[in-house]
Design a binder for this molecule. Structure first.
Ligand code: FES
Length: 150
């Protein structure tokens, strides 16, 4: 039997005492009510549920809580302070990126991770992000990522 799972989310400590197989996405949305992280496909294909696990973009629908003991998660709610926006969020607003908006939190989390790995990402680097957008906002995503890199 496993005991409570302790983890850090957006800098706060939490203890999960429920089902250890619960995917992180459900814990974020249904238990903590952090609903900025979206449910798209539930099978790791779309990227709507992208969060950072120890700083790296990760699909929250695929990770069971049992795998997260003592790990640190950041969600879209945690990438900037309450009174400021992340440079990527600012660039998203400047380039009016979202259409329906549903995938955009995941897009932003993927972009923040990319910019940490590559300060000056190429078009190919940006195209390598596999977050899906049914509205086809990819050209604006590309512009906004480049703007955030400036
Ligand atoms: Fe997780 Fe689609 S909901 S990748």
């Amino acid at each position: 039997a496993t005991g409570p799972i302790e983890l850090t989310i957006n800098g706060e400590k939490f203890r999960h005492t429920g089902d250890p197989e619960m995917p992180l996405l459900w814990y974020l949305r249904d238990v903590l009510r952090l609903t900025g992280t979206k449910y798209g496909c539930g099978v790791g294909q779309c990227g709507a549920c992208t969060v950072h696990l120890d700083g790296k973009a990760t699909r929250a629908c695929l990770i069971p809580m049992a795998a997260l003991a003592n790990q640190s998660i950041t969600t879209i709610e945690g990438i900037a302070g309450p009174d400021d926006l992340h440079a990527v969020q600012q660039a998203w607003i400047e380039h009016d990126v979202p259409q329906c908006g549903y995938c955009q939190a995941g897009q932003i989390m993927a972009a923040v991770d990319l910019l940490k790995r590559k300060a000056q990402p190429s078009d190919a680097d940006i195209a390598s992000l596999t977050n899906l957008c049914r509205c086809g906002t990819y050209p604006r995503i590309r512009k906004a990522v480049k703007r955030a890199a400036e």
